[in-house]
Design a protein around this ligand. Structure first.
Ligand SMILES: [Zn+2]
Length: 252
């Protein structure tokens, strides 16, 4: 690290759990973020402030006026521009030292296979089950830790699905792909503005911990938030032997 970096990251370096070594690990890391909306905004901004060296962000959408109530990486002046470009502009303004790879495209299964393979951690900030399952499948295949978040109305949830250890469940163990979950969208249901900030910030924290090697992760635990009562519920989640995604995963 040069003198500027030592200053920029000094409040992390001061932490015994991070230190120079942990900060170096962040700088050498590559995070893949799927979605640059409500969850993606705080995720991308905190990964950039914290100095994750390379951050790839994937989102096909453009900034809409209805996004600005909660998607804090974007601005009124950027309505109509690609979300990934808008987010990259925000991130570079905060920290020009991180490399941002902005991909304006839909993350389909084949593309995710390639993108996930080169990432150290994957953050699912998407808003639909099809994408969540495609991201999960790629993470299981490549044994990459997945930090998954969701938020709708006043309800949020967040967990880590870390298939580097055979003991841990994958996303599909908890939300089977063949089950019919009601797909609820912010466009129809609404979402409380800071809720996506709370859940996205927990995702950023978990990703930074995984990359820097700090503490223990949410793997095996699902955190659910009812923001009306501001009440968190911690649910233990287990790997399902009949899971169609990870059951055939070879052990060891
Ligand atoms: Zn599974």
């Amino acid at each position: 690290m040069n003198d500027d970096q030592l200053l920029r990251y000094s409040r992390h370096i001061l932490l015994d759990d991070v230190g120079i070594d942990g900060q170096q690990r962040l700088l050498a890391s590559h995070a893949l973020v799927i979605g640059a909306g409500g969850l993606g905004s705080p995720v991308l901004m905190y990964l950039a402030t914290a100095g994750v060296g390379r951050i790839t962000v994937v989102d096909h959408d453009t900034v809409d006026l209805t996004n600005l109530q909660r998607q804090i990486a974007h601005t009124t002046a950027r309505v109509g521009t690609p979300k990934v470009a808008s987010a990259a502009q925000t991130m570079s303004a905060i920290n020009p030292g991180v490399e941002v790879v902005a991909l304006q495209e839909r993350a389909d299964a084949a593309r995710l296979e390639a993108l996930v393979a080169s990432a150290d951690v994957v953050l699912d900030c998407s808003d639909n089950f099809a994408t969540r399952h495609a991201v999960n499948a790629a993470c299981v295949t490549h044994r990459k830790p997945l930090v998954s978040g969701a938020a709708i109305g006043f309800d949020g949830q967040v967990s880590v699905y870390d298939s580097r250890s055979d003991a841990n469940p994958c996303y599909a163990c908890i939300f089977p792909p063949d089950a019919t979950f009601e797909e609820v969208r912010c466009a129809t249901m609404g979402v409380f503005a800071p809720l996506v900030g709370i859940i996205g910030t927990v995702q950023a924290a978990e990703a930074l911990k995984l990359l820097a090697g700090v503490g223990s992760s949410l793997a095996g635990r699902l955190q659910m938030l009812d923001a009306r009562a501001m009440e968190w519920t911690d649910i233990r989640i287990a790997r399902q032997p009949q899971c169609t995604v990870c059951a055939s995963r070879s052990s060891g």
